[in-house]
Design a protein around this ligand. Structure first.
Ligand SMILES: Cc1cc2nc3c(=O)[nH]c(=O)nc-3n(C[C@H](O)[C@H](O)[C@H](O)COP(=O)(O)OP(=O)(O)OC[C@H]3O[C@@H](n4cnc5c(N)ncnc54)[C@H](O)[C@@H]3O)c2cc1C
Ligand SMILES: NC(=O)c1ccc[n+]([C@@H]2O[C@H](COP(=O)([O-])OP(=O)(O)OC[C@H]3O[C@@H](n4cnc5c(N)ncnc54)[C@H](O)[C@@H]3O)[C@@H](O)[C@H]2O)c1
Length: 444
């Protein structure tokens, strides 16, 4: 049977683009995108978020230096900060599309739905592929409560023309904590409503409690064990009623209760692709229940974190699988993750929870490093680092960092973990002094 393309990729985000670029040299490839070329991360995720974060962190650093020569804290001009962000995001879709054109990759704008295992409908067109890759990402979950239409999402937040005075977030995961930090630093009154007693469930509780205290001192109001049960929009305000019997008037409320895979429009059950609540069901080769259809990135049900680098790893892996360059199951390196919350909380490798349960196997070293040269210089008195070492081999296998610029230290730790570098070799190199990396030899 002749197909229009060797491989058709649904979704032009980090995952889908990695497949297309990976196969372009050897195959006829088509990418289909229903919204903005580039996907979530550069248009309304990681990249714009971190541009705003850079500005609020600069303000925070001035505050840290108040006793050290910078007495006046600056105010954030929201509209100029947003213009700075738009200066980047506005170019993403056209830049991504130009890249595809330059590479000679066919691309089509429109929403795809399966007709059968090899055929997709996009508007009034049909296209077929020997292989099809689902890389459709995820979208915010909107809690199903009375008045839910009043919820805004992270995408709305990252496009706010003006900062509302009083803001609420439902949920206390990555999105809520990162955006709450930006909003409070920019001058809003911020309320976080969390249905249980845990913030940032992917990180160790002793660390999340420290971060929660730091954010509370900045002015974030945490309403723990509190469900928002109804919203009532009154003019420019939204009244949020909680199951504690309270109600609070806000100028905006954001759903930050997780993200669900973008699968509704694909007709997956219609053609027999197995789906779970967390995403498309795949095997260890990222094949769906129909072997010619693969799924990658945020659209997949999986235990590894749903992050941009993971979508990229999976996209490159599926490209090499389809190209016949590999047939081994996917293997993930140590994947670091960070919440950019001023300071950053980052972790990689074996979790503190798992290491604590197995003291015969792991050595845990927990250090308050605020007085170390690096963190004293940054006036980061709350800085804290935990390393987890595998006792038999003496190798670093996990780490948690709460600090200004934690991303740098966690990147160094990830490198050591990925390459299985023993302690003596970890010190056998010459990083810039003084720098975050020059502390590495002192941790384990
Ligand atoms: C606010 C926010 C901040 C984030 N910050 C970070 C961070 O700091 N670091 C990090 O690593 N990750 C971060 N993430 C997560 C990161 O954005 C995602 O993990 C990443 O974008 C997933 O890539 P993907 O290619 O799987 O999906 P996406 O980037 O979501 O791309 C999927 C694409 O498929 C398209 N699509 C969907 N359905 C169809 C269809 N039927 N037909 C055609 N096209 C379709 C969508 O329009 C979308 O463009 C953040 C996410 C959010 C929301
Ligand atoms: N820095 C980063 O790497 C980064 C930043 C943002 C987002 N992301 C990615 O996006 C994903 C989604 O982020 P998120 O913050 O939306 O999800 P999340 O899974 O991190 O957090 C969701 C939060 O909502 C709570 N919740 C769930 N249902 C609820 C309900 N009905 N009412 C109230 N609270 C409820 C959960 O307990 C949790 O605290 C992340 O898991 C991550 O993969 C990553």
């Amino acid at each position: 049977m002749a197909f229009d393309y060797d491989t058709v990729v649904i979704g032009g985000g980090p995952g889908g683009l990695a497949v297309a670029y990976g196969l372009n040299a050897s195959q006829k490839v088509l990418v289909i995108e229903g919204n903005l070329w580039g996907g979530t991360c550069p248009n309304f995720g990681c990249d714009p978020k971190k541009m705003l974060y850079g500005v609020v962190e600069a303000k925070r650093q001035v505050i840290r230096y108040q006793e050290s020569g910078l007495p006046a804290a600056p105010n954030i001009d929201w509209s100029k900060m947003m213009a700075f962000k738009r200066g980047y995001t506005e170019k993403v879709p056209t830049g991504t599309e130009s890249g595809l054109k330059r590479a000679g990759i066919d691309h089509l704008h429109g929403t795809a739905a399966f007709v059968d295992a090899h055929t997709l409908r996009v508007g009034d067109k049909q296209v077929s592929g020997k292989q099809i890759v689902i890389a459709t990402g995820a979208t915010p979950t909107i809690p199903d409560i009375t008045g839910k239409d009043a919820f805004k999402t992270s995408t709305d937040f990252l496009n706010l023309a003006h900062l509302p005075q009083k803001i609420g977030f439902v949920g206390a995961g990555y999105v809520a904590i990162e955006l709450a930090n930006i909003a409070v630093e920019a001058g809003a009154e911020v309320h976080v409503f969390q249905h249980n007693d845990r913030v940032l469930r992917h990180f160790p509780q002793e660390y999340t409690e420290r971060l929660k205290d730091i954010l509370a001192k900045k002015g974030v109001h945490f309403h723990m064990n509190t469900n928002v049960i109804a919203l009532n929009k009154e003019g420019s305000q939204v009244e949020a009623a909680t199951d504690n019997g309270d109600s609070i008037k806000l100028n905006a409320i954001f759903a930050a209760a997780g993200r669900r895979p973008n699968l509704d429009q694909l007709n997956l059950t219609g053609i027999g692709v197995a789906v779970e609540s967390q995403g498309v069901k795949v095997d260890d080769h990222l094949r769906t229940s129909i072997p010619s259809i693969y799924a990658i990135g945020d659209a997949v049900a999986k235990s590894v974190p749903k992050l941009t680098p993971v979508s990229g790893i999976e996209g490159r892996y599926v490209a090499s699988l389809i190209a016949g360059e590999t047939d081994v199951p996917i293997q993930y390196p140590a994947i670091p993750h960070t919440v950019f919350a001023g300071p950053e909380l980052a972790q990689v490798g074996v979790t503190l929870e798992a290491a604590t349960k197995d003291p015969d196997h792991y050595t845990i070293s927990d250090q308050s490093v605020g007085s170390w040269y690096t963190y004293n210089r940054l006036r980061d008195k709350d800085a804290h680092v935990t390393t987890i070492v595998d006792k038999p081999s003496g190798k670093l296998v996990g780490a948690v960092v709460l600090a200004v610029n934690a991303e740098e230290l966690i990147n160094d730790f990830s490198e050591l973990i990925t390459h299985g570098t023993p302690a003596e070799e970890a010190t056998d190199w010459t990083p810039i002094y003084p720098s975050v990396s020059s502390d590495l030899g002192y941790f384990y």
